[in-house]
Write a protein of this length. Sequence first.
Length: 240
Amino acid sequence: MELTQAVMRHKLRRATIDDHAIHELGAVLDAAERDPGCRILLLEGGDGVFCTGMDLEEAAGGDVADGGRAFFGLLRRFTETPVTVVARVDGRTAGGGVGLAAASDFVFAAGRSTFSLPEALWGLLPCCVLPFLIRRTGFQKAYAMTLSTQPVSAAEAAAFHLVDEVSDDPEALVRRLAYRLTKLDRPIVADMKRYFRGLWILSDETERVAVEEFGRLMSGPEVRRRLVDYATEKRFPWER
């Protein structure tokens, strides 16, 4: 099998996550699963930005419960699909973008990349991100990122396993991985993911708790006001 045929590439068209982006990623996963030769779905961002998370303007007026459920479902699907999901990060990654990375099977990051969870600045929590992030990094690093809201470098993220490898030539890493994955039958990848899920807490109950907490926080009047301020005036909460 040609290695180029084993990799399906998808460039994230938006820096933020909205309903359209979630639907688009779901459709790309559908296409990758339909292609029997596909072994890797490679997610790439734009120049200097991988993904900065939730679209705050859409969130100010959207159905937050449905949005949280859809996003959690997308991340959970990353952990179930027989296709290996690889996030190629080159630049800033925040909020839900950290979730896309954490739920991926592999994260290859350029040295200039950073990762942050700024949700608490808005009065929110990265509810849907944390189950997947904790699975990768352990409790303390996920907690520290959430509480500090400060970005961490690619090297720091690699030290606590959010990033698998740091390289300014990620293409070489993708080719090396693809070479090995073409030797595996796709069903064993699905079996592997199913078995590892059974060893972890990523359950229907985890999803219910995450989505309900996200909806509760998003429905608060102060959070709504902050989102509306940003949507209408591009004013951050600390600029009042």
